[in-house]
Design a protein around this ligand. Structure first.
Ligand SMILES: *Cc1c(COP(=O)(O)O)cnc(C)c1O
Length: 365
């Protein structure tokens, strides 16, 4: 007799939908038989790997038959020095998605409530739903986190609150004063996860360094990634910074060897390569202006963004526009699954890549 394995799966898993990634270039090549494709769909760094990172990776090949350092000692030391913290406050992950999942699994049980914003990064409901937790999605305010309404959503079942600053896919951000006031009001038995995947792009002080707040807020966990401004998306390396106590808990359930030796070495080299990061920031600022100028020319509004992407309102169902852009070899991101059917998210690329989008969208509309 055959079995209904869907019914056998955990109830939370039964309700899950797989993560929808940006379309890979190779897939579009296969599907449409076109070449010369630009991908502006996954908020990747368009500069490619820096030479310093490449050299660091090459040095690791000779020992690739060995397990990596399970503690990531040297990378954690480099990060600890950068942020003036202890290595015992850092949890390394296979990308920051890995640490987001660890944090949820560490604290959240099926009867707990997890709060996050409408239009927030989809990994928060994904990791919470997998546990079977109760999802509490709070309506967004001007496309971003509405901290006051999030506070009002707290009940005695609330265990965790996710805040992305800046948020993906909207690019909205929160400054020091509202965030600090929020942290002061959240009860200490509720973990606040501050996802800072894009803060490196914000150099004007409009986003606070919340790692400096850890001594004040023991329930704060800050997550960061190498996938965006540092340009290591495929290597999968990110981390959480927290109190020693929470870090100790996360390390109990962290898979040993979750960060490979290439990623560990690349992470150290990337921290040292200040010129690369500075260039990434400038390329992003210039590209952002280029895409915004196209919006203005075409009379399109967009959500102001502190990230490396701009989410544009086409004032009509954007899926056909997305499809037409694909046929012109330009991959952007639909955000229909974020309850934003009229928007597309454009990752900022190199000048010529942005121009491909600018030219294509003018023809398509
Ligand atoms: C891209 C992104 C991440 C990073 O994911 P990685 O697993 O580190 O590649 C985390 N949070 C948000 C909001 C993001 O957009």
């Amino acid at each position: 007799m055959s079995c209904d394995y869907i019914q056998l799966a955990n109830p939370g898993v039964q309700k899950l939908h797989p993560y929808q990634a940006g379309k890979p270039v190779s897939e579009l090549e296969r599907e449409l038989g076109i070449s010369d494709i630009v991908k502006l769909a996954s908020n990747e760094n368009p500069l490619g790997l820096s030479d310093k990172v490449k050299q660091a990776i090459e040095k690791e090949f000779k020992d690739a038959c060995r397990y990596p350092d399970a503690n990531g000692h040297y990378l954690k030391s480099a990060l600890a020095e950068k942020f003036s913290i202890e290595t015992s406050q850092i949890t390394l992950g296979n990308g920051s998605n890995d640490v987001l999942e660890m944090i949820a699994r560490c604290f959240v049980l099926p009867h707990h409530e997890v709060i996050f914003s409408q239009h927030a990064f989809c990994v928060y409901p994904l990791v919470s739903q997998a546990i079977g937790a109760i999802l509490v999605e709070v309506p967004a305010k001007e496309w971003g986190n509405d901290l006051d309404t999030m506070l009002k959503a707290i009940t005695d079942k609330t265990k965790m609150i996710f805040v992305a600053n800046p948020n993906n896919p909207t690019g909205t951000w929160l400054g020091e004063a509202p965030l600090k006031a929020f942290m002061q009001k959240v009860p200490k038995n509720i973990i606040v996860v501050m996802d800072e995947a894009y803060t490196e792009y914000v150099t004007d002080g409009s986003i606070p360094h919340t790692i400096d707040w850890l001594s004040e807020f023991e329930n704060l966990v800050v997550t960061k990634t190498y996938s965006k401004a540092y340009g290591l998306a495929s290597l999968r390396v990110g981390y959480a910074v927290s109190s020693e106590e929470i870090c100790g808990l996360l390390n109990r359930l962290r898979q040993p060897f979750n960060v490979n030796s290439f990623a560990l070495a690349a992470g150290i080299a990337a921290l040292e390569d200040h010129a690369y990061l500075e260039k990434a920031i400038v390329v992003n600022q210039n590209g952002m202006e280029q895409i915004k100028a196209s919006c203005k020319d075409l009379g399109l509004s967009f959500i102001p963004s502190a990230g490396n992407f701009l989410t544009v309102d086409y004032a009509q169902n954007a899926i056909p526009i997305y499809e037409k852009l694909l046929h012109k070899g330009v991959i952007v991101r639909s955000v229909a699954n974020y309850q934003m059917p009229n928007h597309l998210r454009i990752s900022i690329g190199l000048e010529f890549e942005n121009q491909r989008y600018v030219d294509a969208i003018a023809q398509v509309l």
